[in-house]
Design a protein around this ligand. Structure first.
Ligand SMILES: [Zn+2]
Length: 256
């Protein structure tokens, strides 16, 4: 789950704040006895982590590639990692990594790199990108130490919106495009959140899982890119590799 989806998850979990957990169980190695009979005090997200704060224990849940949670809808034959039983509802967590966070965990989290946090620091993100300028933008967008919470779907849509080839190195971008990468990442993250909330996210994908580019109607390319080797979906016509000539045009445009 990407960062914006987890912000929505936290909002959904707020309905349980005043409800006692009747029983907590599952296959995760966490102290279920401290959760049973307790109350959820807060639900927060940091990047792709969901943080559930109970009275005596704080859990960090990472949904990895295929993790999910389901409300009153168990999967057949699958033992959940965590099951929270409330009076009227049951919440099931599957295929995720769950651990107990130690006391003082807040100090170990850098909220300024979380795209969705009020503390998000765009100038710092730009400085972090410049420090890794030899890397490809497809890897940099997925770098959780720069854009915590940004996932592969977001990466593909952001690069399409910016007409940027995923294998472009950050150093090859003009200064205007370097700044645009940070700006678009933040604005797309909030757009993703709005669409997901309205249940229209997939309908608004422009390049993900498309065969034809909606802009030029050319074929979409799917390729594993960068050192992360995650799938990039892009239009080679609308998102060409950067060249000196293209950069010169950008610089001239920036001075008009
Ligand atoms: Zn195109």
């Amino acid at each position: 789950m990407e960062g914006p989806s987890l912000v929505l998850t936290c909002e959904e979990f707020s309905v349980f704040f005043k409800e006692r957990v009747i029983e907590a169980s599952g296959s995760a190695r966490i102290p279920f006895d401290k959760i049973t009979g307790s109350y959820l005090k807060n639900a927060r997200s940091w990047g792709k982590h969901l943080i559930l704060e109970f009275a005596d224990v704080t859990l960090r849940i990472h949904f990895l590639m295929f993790g999910s949670y389901r409300l009153d809808d168990p999967r057949d034959g699958r033992e959940p990692k965590l099951l929270l039983e409330y009076g009227d509802h049951k919440v099931y967590f599957y295929s995720c990594a769950i651990k107990e966070l130690p006391k003082g965990w807040e100090k170990t989290y850098d909220w300024s790199i979380d795209l969705m946090a009020p503390e998000w620091d765009a100038p710092q993100a730009l400085a972090n990108l410049r420090a890794k300028a030899k890397e490809q933008v497809s890897d940099l967008l997925m770098d959780q130490q720069i854009f915590s919470g940004l996932g592969n779907i977001m990466k593909n849509e952001i690069l399409y919106n910016l007409r940027m080839h995923p294998e472009t190195k950050f150093a090859e971008l003009s200064p205007a495009k370097q700044r645009a990468l940070v700006r678009e990442s933040e604005s797309y993250a909030w757009q993703f959140y709005e669409w997901k909330k309205e249940n229209v996210l997939m309908k608004n994908w422009k390049i993900m899982r498309k065969k034809i580019c909606p802009r030029c109607e050319g074929p979409v390319c799917k390729k594993k890119t960068g050192k992360l080797q995650r799938w990039s979906h892009f239009c080679p016509h609308c998102q060409p590799r950067e060249t000196t000539a293209r950069r010169r045009v950008d610089v001239q445009a920036a001075h008009v």
